[in-house]
Design a protein around this ligand. Structure first.
Ligand SMILES: [Zn+2]
Ligand SMILES: [Zn+2]
Length: 356
């Protein structure tokens, strides 16, 4: 069943670093279990900026023109013949990664570790800077009216925060330190609050990000340009240290600091990836204090939980959306995200036009 789906659509293509263009292509065909989604909002992620600027993220290299954007939501425009859970007009959040469903990781529920995952805007898989995308029904999620399309796109970075809270087993009443207040760090604040952490201490060097963290539920903000992080955390926790520390920025010094502020039995979650592979960590400290260290790679089984938490949070998520662009301004959007780190939080692209 279809509903006035046009034959062609516009996409924004990254040809090579810093070179983007709009192109008109055919609207994708859908398979029996796929849904055609009219993409209403796409959040620009750090990885998009990386592909835009450098043409690669680690081992993933842009070898042919790529459609960026993986934090997306939209409205169902058509459904395949075997789709049962969605109908035309439904509002949906799109989970970016489609795993194989067959391997041992998929079968054990750790499908984020599937070696054959297709992840939007990760070469060679195209993303959502596109008026329509075809996506399997199993990786779409209904969003309630109370959640805007923009807010629904936050479920992607939010899912990373949830994954970190799950992996670290964040408990109610606990103290957590989150270092790096980029979008993932900010959404980790919302996640930590939803998991019941009562002291949420954050650090960054940009005032706009620290202010936003306080709005979203952080209890203490440390500007690393002005204060010594370890000393301040010692003060705030009255010398007890934190139960959990998340490092989200990929900053080696922050990672070392995050480890050092943990109390006995504390857990360090490594969320951000540093440029360099090897970083010195204090091994006797890890052993003597029985520190747990968990790596975080994307997320699995977080989307329903994320939508519920985003719908019920008291945090004002709208303050995240600092910049909005139409699809034909996608290059400007990428430039804004790339160059204005002290003025922008989340940059949003609207493939089907900005809302009124
Ligand atoms: Zn992302
Ligand atoms: Zn798999």
């Amino acid at each position: 069943m279809t509903n006035k789906v046009p034959e062609t659509m516009n996409i924004s293509l990254l040809n090579k670093p810093l070179d983007m263009e709009i192109r008109e292509v055919k609207v994708p065909q859908i398979g029996a279990t796929d849904v055609l989604v009219k993409v209403m909002a796409v959040g620009v992620c750090g990885s998009d900026v990386h592909y835009y600027e450098h043409g690669r993220v680690g081992e993933f290299v842009v070898e042919k023109p790529l459609i960026l954007g993986h934090e997306c939501s939209g409205i169902v425009a058509a459904i395949g013949s075997e789709v049962t859970n969605f109908k035309v007009g439904d509002r949906v959040a799109i989970e970016s990664g489609i795993p194989c469903g067959e391997c041992e990781y998929c079968k054990s529920g750790q499908y984020n570790l599937c070696p054959d995952v297709s992840f939007l805007a990760t070469p060679p898989i195209d993303g959502a800077f596109s008026q329509y995308i075809s996506h399997p029904e199993g990786f779409l999620f209904h969003i309630p009216d109370a959640l805007s399309y923009e807010e629904a796109t936050l479920n992607e970075p939010f899912s990373v925060g949830i994954q970190a809270c799950k992996r670290a087993s964040v408990q109610p009443g606990s103290t957590i330190v989150i270092m790096g207040m980029g979008p993932v760090g900010l959404m980790a604040v919302v996640a930590a609050k939803a998991f019941g952490a009562t002291k949420i201490i954050v650090s960054d060097l940009e005032k706009i990000r620290l202010d936003e963290a306080l709005k979203l539920g952080a209890t203490h903000a440390i500007n690393i340009k002005e204060e010594d992080v370890s000393e301040r955390i010692d003060e705030i926790t009255e010398g007890k240290g934190a139960h959990y520390a998340f490092e989200t920025a990929g900053n080696p010094t922050a990672l070392q600091n995050a480890l050092s502020v943990l109390n006995n039995g504390g857990t360090l979650a490594i969320v951000g990836l540093p440029q360099q592979e090897n970083i010195e960590l204090n091994i006797p400290f890890i052993a003597n204090h029985e520190i747990n260290i968990v790596g975080i790679f994307r997320y699995a089984n977080t989307y329903n939980m994320g939508i519920e938490m985003l719908t019920s949070t008291t945090a004002d998520l709208k303050t995240m959306f600092t910049d909005t662009y139409d699809l034909n301004q996608a290059k400007e959007a990428m430039e804004q995200a790339r160059t204005n780190k002290s003025g922008s939080l989340k940059v949003m692209v609207y493939p089907n036009g900005k809302p009124e």
